[in-house]
Design a protein around this ligand. Sequence first.
Ligand code: C5P
Length: 224
Amino acid sequence: MPKIIVAIDGYSSCGKSTTAKLVAGQLNYPYIDTGAMYRAVTLYFLQNHISLTNPREIENALDNIHISFRRHPELGRNDTYLNGLNVEDEIRKMYVSERVSDVSAVAAVRHALVAQQQRMGKAKGIVMDGRDIGTVVFPQAELKIFMNADPLIRAQRRQLELLQKGEMVGFQEIVDNLKNRDYIDTHRAESPLRQASDAVYIDNSLMTLDEQVELVVRLADEQI
Ligand code: C5P
């Protein structure tokens, strides 16, 4: 059976990752959360006080960063590792969310991560989600999805997700963080978030998770 690339892009907390993970499971493809990769770089930059205005410091830091994913079937999780350490919980915290869009706007960071993402998808048979997957990482992807949801619904989902991880964050703080990230992600010079002309637009504000997964799997099956 031919293998395809499923590229899922969209705004922060619109349910991309949850949908992408389940779609990957149904297609029996690996799933790559590229947001986690930008978050891991951000964590490293914060821990090592890397200045975003010092290109040499950034290049050196990027040389020392190794990001990988490991599946933990017993936990039903696909965890992110930074230089061999499991950082899955840490990278989801609010202090990382507050800095990640600035770090992601740095061209050298994007070049390094896009190259790694392209290597990961070289053999196809992959589901990848992010902001620039259908436009920059895999412009030739067989299926491109652009997901969106009402901003307040996105903030509610994000708040619930943080609560489930034990982090209590005020609703307004979450709304402001999402707005700020959306703004930076759509206005940056280097590969800004935008819908690819051949992407299927899905507004999932009123859809259940099952409905979203079913729709994307059906669209994928049409391409296989
Ligand atoms: O997907 P998630 O919300 O975890 O992504 C965190 C941030 O990483 C985004 O707000 C964006 O700034 C950045 N990102 C990106 N390009 C991607 C994936 C994420 O710039 N492909």
